[in-house]
Design a protein around this ligand. Structure first.
Ligand code: FES
Length: 200
């Protein structure tokens, strides 16, 4: 499970850590030297993880320098993909899916729980703990409604369950990801109804 290791403020200098510098080498080795600019996506992804979950101007300039690109080219990529955050996003990035299957299964109630816990769409809470975003389908509609918090999916949510999850994070705990009802992954509640016997 990945958590942001630190909160990075605007203007902080950026260079890859020793571990990540080794990872950068591995990434760059996948591309012919004349095409190293193709590494811009994985490098931005790696840098965002190291930089507290967001891509600063310093990150853009650092990667541009590594890839011999004008910084604007790296910025164009970073602004195109919603997965890159261009502002500090607090300790936990709460991404609530609002696409039709999740909406039909109650994502409005999930948003209501967020609101009641002081989270506002597109903003970081005053304590710097949560940043709330609405996102499109997270590819787990079978467990709708779904919320992604950093790298983890919290599934089969309703108002109470979402509130309990946020309260747990606020207490410094890490609630167990996955379905929040009695089901294993996408199996029916209460256990599987088919394929119960092993075929020899
Ligand atoms: S619609 Fe929410 S995960 Fe697909």
């Amino acid at each position: 499970m990945h958590r942001h290791l630190k909160v990075v403020e605007d203007g902080e200098p950026f260079a890859f850590s020793e571990d990540n510098a080794a990872e950068v080498k591995r990434i760059l080795a996948k591309y012919p030297p004349a095409r190293k600019r193709s590494a811009v996506l994985p490098l931005l992804h790696l840098a965002q993880r190291q930089n507290g979950g967001w891509v600063s101007r310093q990150v853009i300039e650092h990667i541009a320098g590594m890839l011999d690109l004008p910084p604007i080219k790296v910025l164009e990529v970073a602004t195109f993909y919603t997965m890159f955050n261009l502002k500090p996003i607090g300790r936990y990035h709460v991404q609530v899916c609002g696409t039709t299957p999740c909406w039909l299964r109650g994502s409005d109630e999930v948003f209501r729980a967020c609101r009641d816990m002081g989270l506002e769409k597109g903003r970081t809470t005053d304590d710097g703990l949560f940043h709330l975003s609405e996102v499109e389908c997270l590819g787990a509609c079978v467990n709708a409604p779904v919320v992604q918090i950093d790298d983890d999916y919290y599934e089969d949510l309703d108002y109470e369950r979402m509130k309990a999850i946020l309260e747990a994070f606020r207490r410094g705990e890490t609630p167990k990801p996955g379905p929040q009802v009695d089901r294993q992954f996408a199996a029916p509640e209460g256990g599987p109804t088919t394929l119960k016997e092993h075929v020899k």
